[in-house]
Design a protein around this ligand. Structure first.
Ligand code: 5GP
Length: 190
């Protein structure tokens, strides 16, 4: 998506060789027109696959996952970050380390909103080491639903997440691939 690359170059802030701040587009502020465009692109990439639900993790994935679900005319389910220690027998949970926060969080989806009949399209904002994505993929697998694929807005190719998830046999499509953030420069992979 050329428009997305342009906006990333204009508004992205390289924090370090590993981290790109995208608060203006993804992680704090959302541009509705650009986000709907992303949703259309994911809907186009995964058209004809019989997707029944779009799934994401709160909170930064929600806007683009909503746009995708709107285009595909299916519900959006977001995994919640669990804040209670009370066991919920109806919930599928996984513990995932957070790349940016340096903490571990538990994510959960109620069995009410994911079933073995579902064909799931998983949408996320950024993939780095892939821990968050692997956690949600485990939840989807344990639910018995079929994972049609994973769509991410930004793939950081210099970190292992996307590669290892593709090696698991999951179809992973990204709208933009970043090859390097070295020397304060954003370099895209063509
Ligand atoms: P992972 O589990 O793949 O290592 O990291 C995934 C999550 O960490 C993403 O959903 C995103 O919220 C956050 N994250 C990872 N790398 C970056 C980054 O370079 N910039 C920002 N803004 N968030 C990131």
């Amino acid at each position: 998506m050329e428009l997305l690359k342009k906006r990333i170059l204009e508004e992205g802030v390289v924090v370090s060789d590993q981290v790109l701040k995208l608060d203006g587009l993804l992680n704090h502020q959302v541009d509705p027109e650009l986000t709907m465009e992303m949703g259309r692109e994911f809907a186009r990439l995964f058209a004809g696959q019989g997707v029944t639900r779009v799934v994401t993790v709160e909170s930064s994935g929600i806007a683009v996952a909503f746009a995708t679900a709107y285009e595909l005319k299916v519900p959006l389910v977001f995994a919640r970050r669990k804040k209670t220690l009370l066991a919920d027998p109806d919930a599928l949970c996984e513990r995932v380390p957070s790349f940016t926060k340096g903490i571990v969080t538990d994510i959960m989806i109620s069995r009410q909103y994911i079933s073995p009949d579902d064909k799931i399209l998983f949408i996320d904002d950024i993939i780095a080491n892939g821990d968050a994505a692997r956690g949600l993929i485990k939840i989807i697998n344990r639910s018995g639903a079929e994972l049609v694929g994973l769509g991410v807005v930004v793939e950081k190719c210099f970190e292992a997440g996307a590669r290892t998830i593709r090696e698991q046999g999951v179809r992973l499509e990204s709208l933009v691939k970043i090859k390097s953030l070295a020397d304060g420069r954003i370099e895209f992979e063509e």
